[in-house]
Design a protein around this ligand. Sequence first.
Ligand code: NAD
Length: 255
Amino acid sequence: MRFEDKVAVVTGAGSGMGREVALGIGREGGKVVIFDVNAEGAEATAAEIVDAGGSAVVHQGDVTVAADIAAAIDRARSELGGFDIIHNNAGVQLEKRLHDTTEEDWDWVNGVNLKGVFLGCREAVRAMRETGGGAIVNTASILAHTGDPFLPAYTATKTGVLGLTRAIAVDYAAEGIRANCVSPGDMETPMIEKYFNATDDPAAARAEMEAAYPGKRIADPREVANAVLFLASDDASFVNGEFIIVDGGLTASTY
Ligand SMILES: NC(=O)c1ccc[n+]([C@@H]2O[C@H](COP(=O)([O-])OP(=O)(O)OC[C@H]3O[C@@H](n4cnc5c(N)ncnc54)[C@H](O)[C@@H]3O)[C@@H](O)[C@H]2O)c1
């Protein structure tokens, strides 16, 4: 029950890893604002938490809109009784080599993945400074640590998320605010399914990806959510400005 008496906002909680983090916080006694642009997915996550006896509210919003995030934090305080944790997790992926990437592509991926995280962090810091602190966990990627020729814009945003997280960590530690990142490898979520399905041979694309991993499989999003739950909890009370890579050893290997 690490999240008893805690209230969290989780962005992108209508699907994939954000959903698993929200369910995990709910399982351990926390109350959650399920923030997503996709209301249907968000409602499903919230219903699962409530059906299991927990507390959750849905806030349909866009992470690129500061007022949407601020409103979600307000609802955490007014409807769930506080605001202790934000997981800035909503993200989009663009599979395009650099020479094919348009300015519109760049702005879209940066808008959601980097500006969205900036706004989530800024609104959270403003609120947490008023109440004496809290925990911020941002979803980066193994592409904050390595380069992918097919995802240059995405790689740039995730590297930016790591830098932003470190700057926040050092600036606000004295006010009781911790900021950390999780850096997932490939996970079994709708995002990766979309990637496989966009290839000529989805089964072959999946097999090739799995073969690259030392354990010959990609992650269940719950395996990554567990690292987020640790970073968001008081178990990580002196962990600040850090990242946890959860990739089954992919980036540890040379060949
Ligand atoms: N799946 C992977 O292999 C993988 C690997 C590394 C990092 N990540 C990162 O993990 C995070 C979660 O990814 P996932 O795989 O669960 O993806 P997903 O597509 O399953 O879920 C992402 C959620 O974010 C929401 N979202 C997208 N744009 C939004 C916006 N502007 N405002 C609010 N919500 C928005 C979507 O509606 C969706 O519910 C992302 O930041 C992603 O970049 C994923």
